[in-house]
Design a protein around this ligand. Structure first.
Ligand code: ADP
Length: 224
């Protein structure tokens, strides 16, 4: 089964801050895991390292069973491109591109798409998956925050990743949109994606399969 696994991972920044302290963790396909904790507890560092956006100081990271420290930069970029999709608090959409064009951006660097027709078809399918198809010709500024985040989720799915990693995905949303985004992420886990969300929004306990707590860089399973 596909998985992201961290074994005894620590991260010490150059300023001496130990942001992760001996963290071990597994996310499988089809699972929705949330990591909660206060600001500064190490959640973003954890997501960045699990998503190969940053490196750890010690420990091992395995993506689909393969240890990544032996890979060079290009190979890591390939793993990221083909295996991982990211969603962030600030939606990071290109304001000059229509919604469907934003979703197509990652497809342009993916050999899996043979031509533009295939990309357009896939973009349509993804917009239907996250419920924004009617908005396909709009620009980000014409969309609500919730719609923008759903667009960002569709874009994260463009290369059909095994895993979706989201950092505070509801940080800029009201409670109604927040619920819709959590529902969307839950749906993706049901469709077989592994979903990891780091956030301090307690509402997520109603959606995730498992909750972990991050405190001072130490990760523990929620006892409740
Ligand atoms: P959270 O996402 O829970 O707010 P972070 O992972 O951003 O926590 O930060 C954890 C700790 O690491 C904090 O003390 C923060 O100040 C520190 N930190 C984060 N990024 C860096 C960095 N690039 N350089 C130095 N210290 C950092």
């Amino acid at each position: 089964m596909k998985s992201i696994e961290l074994k005894n991972v620590s991260k010490v920044y150059s300023n001496g801050v130990r942001a992760l302290d001996d963290v071990s963790f597994v996310l499988h396909q089809g699972e929705f895991i949330a990591v909660m904790g206060q600001s500064g507890s190490g959640k973003s560092t954890f997501l960045q390292i699990a998503g190969l956006l940053d490196t750890c100081t010690s420990g091992e990271i395995l993506i689909n069973g393969k240890e990544v420290s032996s890979l060079d930069k290009n190979q890591i970029a390939d793993v990221r491109k083909n295996t991982l999709g990211f969603v962030f608090q600030a939606f990071h959409l290109n304001p000059h591109l229509k919604l469907y064009e934003n979703i197509m951006v990652p497809m342009l660097i993916n050999d899996a798409y043979k031509n533009k027709t295939e990309m357009l078809e896939k973009a349509d399918e993804l917009m239907k998956t996250v419920g924004i198809f009617k908005r396909k010709d709009h620009y980000p500024a014409q969309l609500s925050g919730g719609e923008q985040q759903r667009t960002a989720i569709a874009r994260a799915l463009a290369n059909d990743p095994d895993f979706i990693l989201a950092d505070e995905p509801t940080g800029n949303l009201d409670s109604k949109n927040e619920a819709m985004i959590f529902e969307e992420l839950k749906k993706l886990a049901k469709l077989g994606k592994g979903v990891l969300v780091v956030c301090h929004n307690e509402a997520i306990v109603n959606y995730a399969d498992k909750i972990y707590i991050m405190k001072d860089g130490v990760l523990t399973a929620n006892a409740e």
